[in-house]
Ligand binder design. Sequence first.
Ligand SMILES: C[S@@+](CC[C@H](N)C(=O)[O-])C[C@H]1O[C@@H](n2cnc3c(N)ncnc32)[C@H](O)[C@@H]1O
Length: 280
Amino acid sequence: MKYIDLLHDAKTKLKNSSINTAEIDSELLLSKSLNLNREDILLNLNSIASQNQIKIFFNKINKRLNKEPIAYILGKKDFWKTNFTITKNVLIPRPETEIIVEQALKLIPIFSQKNILDIGTGSGCIIISILLERKKCIGTAIDISKEAIKLAKYNAKMQHVGNRLDFKNLNIDNFFSKKYDLIVSNPPYVKNYLIKYLLEDVKNFEPYLALDGGLNGCKVIEKVIRRSSELLKRNGNLILEIDPHQIYETKRIMKNNNFHKINIIKDLSGNYRCIIARKN
Ligand SMILES: C[S@@+](CC[C@H](N)C(=O)[O-])C[C@H]1O[C@@H](n2cnc3c(N)ncnc32)[C@H](O)[C@@H]1O
């Protein structure tokens, strides 16, 4: 079968299943199946794929028809300036989380030697992106998920920052250490009874541990703020990603835990997404 026919069949199937990224998904999955880049496929649409390649391709298309996110099928996701390896054990890095990286870089002068903690590191996308931009900084990445820590370690090694990062497979409640200059975190913040209403791609595939924010969505946020108040140096900063509806509750928890100078940043859709505070 020619590439052009494979793409046409796949696009039609995905469109019929109301997948509105049918075109790009088909191209990316064909490129992964043939181990060619997307441009090479589009420039050689009359080339013929082997039976085995066709089988591999439609196997991936079937996964997508089953609403598996494209990042899990590809095993990759771009975040900030890096392409991260992703598995189903970690949340897929989101563009809005790049705000944490952006804000962290504003707080860290280029040649300063800061010690940074990432709570709930997942794939490691936040802390690795910061360390890649700030060569003198070191950090610790912690996650309750053993599989997440394994993947974050792999990503750190691939990006050559493994020697500046320490990894802890722990619940943040059980982490005790020396103090940090900066803490970053994108904690799970979905109210647990709302998880069943999330998009199928999310609720059926992303790790529950990465989504579950307890009954009010703030269970882990509260832990992170309370522990950050103990783990930060005086005048150290905490940068958190939150759901826009959690802004007032998060501010209240921060004030009760010795934080001040609270600053709220909106995402590109104009929603409150990121909150920064300084420890008294
Ligand atoms: C929303 S995901 C964020 C992952 C990654 N930082 C990102 O932004 O893509 C939250 C992460 O926090 C971890 N986590 C949840 N509760 C935790 C806890 N009590 N202590 C440490 N990590 C926790 C989850 O396993 C998950 O990897």
